[in-house]
Design a protein around this ligand. Sequence first.
Ligand SMILES: Cc1cc2nc3c(=O)[nH]c(=O)nc-3n(C[C@H](O)[C@H](O)[C@H](O)COP(=O)(O)O)c2cc1C
Length: 179
Amino acid sequence: MSIRISATDWAPGGLSEEDLLALARAFKEAGVDLVDVSTGQVVPQQKPVYGRMYQTPFADKVRNEIGLATMAVGNITSADQVNTIVVSGRADLVALARPHLADPYFTLRAAAWYQHSGQFWPKPYLQGRDQAYRLAVRDREEWTAGRQATKPPSHEVKEEKAKDERAAKSGGGPGKKAA
Ligand SMILES: Cc1cc2nc3c(=O)[nH]c(=O)nc-3n(C[C@H](O)[C@H](O)[C@H](O)COP(=O)(O)O)c2cc1C
């Protein structure tokens, strides 16, 4: 059994974090298996704090403080964000609404990008699937090369360079300790 709750009303006098935890605990005791954690949209004077994945901290709280499985929702717009939320243990499931209105094949594209073989594709789509999976291999290679090319040097690399410069200034060669 799954239910949706509003974790906060984003308004003084409305549902608070304390209420959220009490509510989640009560639902857990009543046998609820999973909570879809949403917020707000109940009073006009609400002051929500929007941003990417803005409701996920509430799903995280219910999951990790009450020990109840959660579904995160709200301004989650990329497959990368979905995976990050699940892998980091902030929610058990992720639901996307508006991204599917702009791109109904969001999930199929993500499956191709990650080369996920378990994704169902309707039979008439299979040629499209094969092409998408082939192109995704190339796109990922290009994307990875682009990231590598523009990656700033790590702290270790910078520190090595600084050491070499200090050594060179004081008479030692690169990588050698100054005498
Ligand atoms: C067209 C549309 C209809 C929606 N209808 C409902 C609804 O009936 N009940 C509800 O709780 N949320 C509804 N929502 C909110 C979504 O479930 C979701 O919480 C919200 O859109 C934020 O997620 P998103 O950023 O992925 O769109 C609706 C959203 C959209 C775009």
